[in-house]
Ligand binder design. Structure first.
Ligand code: PMP
Length: 361
């Protein structure tokens, strides 16, 4: 059997060691004779899992004590509205950076709640670069400054943390949280869905400063979407997605065994560099993203024609390389190479690309 390498953008590959452990204890967790997905979220056993997940996340990201960590249902997209509902408070304007599809969707949603100012826009540059911060419009006196650190569809990733001055910085790290160390204290709120680097779909991590937690949500905000209500209930205001929470825990333990986020960052850098280097040396493959902002997580590229791209996807699947079709909005090819993708998977992809070019170039 050919080994399968999964390049899907999310739900994405999960480390094989994590899948094996989940498999081993699927029917009988901690000798309880039942699966973890069958036990109460209020049982002492599950509460211990939840606490350990938070401890591990705090360790890995070095989260300061004055930050709350929430594990919420609804995916990242729910945060597109939850964030303005909770953080607008007395403000009436919010600043957003549009660097790709996902920050664009977040802007559309935020417009339901406030006057949104797009202070920097990559759209006129076809999302191939991000305008330098010196050219951004002023966002003083706004509720917060929002951006997406990695644009999963366009393959565009920030290589710096925007300077927001005294305005709180809110970031969507759905497709790159845990891929490298970050300084949490630079942000007011960080969020990420789990199905890329953190585990399986169903749970979203929100890390929010105590200062932002003090803001008053809009009156019509449902309790489920109030950060303070979730914090008061230890993210168990309703029945949480327990299995996704547990899987997150297994991934965090795996990350620690791998040497933590510095080790992951080195590995991710090496994987991405290899792939971009190959693309740059072969005209048959094109990636036009500004080199400073090329994503380490989602490597997008085009072939000389759509017919060749379709054939590339078909042939790659036969070779055990799945999930390489680009997002339906932009087409092309996309290789998502999150934490769980071993370096060997990237090597095999490069060899496949070399051979495909030899046959069709
Ligand atoms: N933000 C980014 C950067 C994403 O990549 C995605 C999903 N691909 C989302 C938000 C939306 O996530 P979800 O499907 O969990 O709502």
């Amino acid at each position: 059997m050919t080994q399968t390498y999964n390049f899907n953008a999310g739900p994405a590959m999960i480390p094989v060691e994590v899948m094996q452990k989940a498999h081993d204890e699927f029917l009988d967790w901690q000798n309880m004779g039942v699966s973890i997905m069958e036990i109460s979220h209020r049982s002492k056993e599950f509460i211990e899992v939840a606490k350990q997940v938070e401890r591990d996340l705090r360790d890995l990201l070095v989260i300061p004590d004055d930050y709350h960590v929430l594990f919420l249902p609804g995916g990242a997209r729910t945060q597109f509205s939850t964030i303005p509902m909770n953080l607008l408070d007395k403000y009436d304007r919010i600043a957003y950076v549009r660097s790709g599809l996902w920050s664009g969707y977040a802007i559309d949603e935020a417009r339901c709640y406030a006057d949104v100012k797009v202070v920097a826009d990559a759209e006129p540059f076809n999302y191939l670069t991000i305008p330098p911060q010196t050219e951004w419009q002023d966002f003083e006196d706004m509720a917060y400054l929002y951006y997406a650190d990695n644009e999963t569809v366009h393959g565009l990733e920030f290589n710096y943390v925007p300077d927001a001055g005294h305005v709180p910085l809110v970031v969507d790290m759905s497709s790159n949280l845990l891929s490298r160390p970050i300084d949490v204290s630079q942000y007011g709120l960080i969020y990420a869905c789990a199905q890329k680097n953190i585990g399986m779909a169903g749970i979203t991590i929100v890390i929010i400063s105590d200062e932002l937690m003090q803001r008053k949500p809009l009156a019509a905000t449902p309790n489920m979407f109030r950060y303070q209500v979730q914090a008061d209930n230890e993210s168990m205001y309703n029945t949480p997605p327990t299995y996704s929470w547990y899987m997150t825990g297994l991934v965090l333990q795996w990350l620690k065994q791998q040497g933590g986020l510095s080790a992951m960052a080195e590995r991710n850098q090496r994987k991405a560099e290899k792939l971009y280097q190959f693309i740059d040396q072969h005209d048959f493959y094109q990636n036009k993203v500004d080199h400073d902002f090329r994503s380490r997580m989602n490597v997008v590229f085009q072939l000389p024609s759509v017919a060749l791209e379709n054939d590339f996807v078909k042939q790659s699947e036969k070779a055990g390389l799945i999930g390489l079709k680009g997002h339906r909005c932009v087409g092309g090819i996309r290789a998502s190479i999150y934490n769980a993708m071993p370096e060997k998977g990237v090597d095999i992809l490069i060899e496949f690309m070399r051979e495909f070019e030899r046959q069709h170039g």
